[in-house]
Write a protein that binds this ligand. Structure first.
Ligand SMILES: C[S@@+](CC[C@H](N)C(=O)[O-])C[C@H]1O[C@@H](n2cnc3c(N)ncnc32)[C@H](O)[C@@H]1O
Length: 279
């Protein structure tokens, strides 16, 4: 099982936030304008960064169910959301958050989506969302997930799904071979069977279009440069480690690649908004 450290999730949160596609954010806000209360399920919630980014876009009365398989991350989510909010307290197993004019009820549910998707989705949320999740999932899971979401007529919005574009500054002769090997690593089983990796955005669009949804996609690439040095270095290390695990690139080439200090990187992502057909 791939696990995600608190440190890594904290490091990426501000970059994720600035990279989200603004056109899709506006379309989401417009779709849900006037909905009150609004029920939202966040899959693979980590420390709750998706709620922190999305709550300002949605109405004054929100009910979130945050789902993750990692209890440590769910506990961290409750803590971080409490610090983020202007006020927070627990009532009947629910965390009540007050942020500006928003009142947000948050429930936390531990579930493995690969085995407990129906329970994780619950009866019928208005919106199912996720951030940085679907490249870990298999094409078969994405198809089953779209069918389960469509059966509930829930809207779907996901952000920061890796799309295969990976560029480093300065460039290096081994970049192409390294990225190919990285993609082989990305397609390894991350708990859902063979992962869709960089094919996930297309798989999501196809699955929701087939279910009759109106699907929009927008660019949310990380564009890293001055000020992002720590993240770039960490990213390059993780990238080289993943390539090393595949044994598809000579160890000496990877060592040479690692030795370079990078000043920039582009990591391609896509955001997807899928709205159900009007009943
Ligand atoms: C890349 S992290 C993203 C976390 C968070 N959404 C964010 O954007 O910061 C992926 C998250 O999905 C969760 N996850 C991965 N596989 C899962 C599964 N099979 N069931 C439930 N959660 C899963 C991980 O524990 C992790 O919190």
């Amino acid at each position: 099982m791939t696990s995600f450290s608190l440190r890594w999730l904290s490091r990426r949160e501000p970059v994720d936030r600035r990279s989200r596609n603004r056109t899709l954010e506006r379309a989401l806000a417009k779709h849900f304008d006037g909905w009150r209360p609004l029920t939202v399920v966040d899959l693979g919630c980590g420390t709750g960064s998706n709620l922190r980014a999305m709550a300002p876009l949605l109405g004054p009365d929100q009910h979130w169910t945050l789902v993750d398989r990692d209890q440590g991350l769910l506990d961290a989510a409750a803590q971080r959301l409490s610090s983020w909010a202007d006020g927070a307290h627990w009532k009947d197993g629910m965390l009540l958050l007050f942020k500006g004019a928003k009142r947000i009820n948050a429930e936390f549910r531990r579930a493995d989506l690969a085995r407990e998707l129906e329970a994780a989705l619950g009866p019928s949320a208005n919106l199912v969302t996720a951030s940085a999740l679907f490249d870990l999932a298999s094409a078969a899971f994405i198809a089953a997930f779209a069918a389960a979401t469509a059966a509930r007529q829930s809207a779907f919005y996901t952000v920061l799904t890796y799309d295969g574009d990976q560029r480093w500054t300065p460039e290096h002769a081994a970049d192409v071979a390294m990225v190919e090997a990285f993609h082989a690593h990305q397609r390894r089983d991350k708990g859902f069977g063979r992962a869709a990796g960089p094919d996930a955005p297309d798989a999501l669009s196809e699955a929701f279009s087939a279910a009759g949804y109106a699907v929009s996609e927008g660019d949310s690439a990380w564009r890293l440069g001055p000020g992002d040095e720590t993240l770039i270095a960490e990213l390059a290390r993780g990238f080289a480690d993943a390539v090393g695990e595949t044994e598809l690139v000579e160890a000496s080439t990877i060592d040479t690649w690692r030795a370079i200090t990078r000043t920039g990187a582009i990591v391609g992502h896509a955001d997807t908004l899928a709205l159900p057909p009007v009943a």
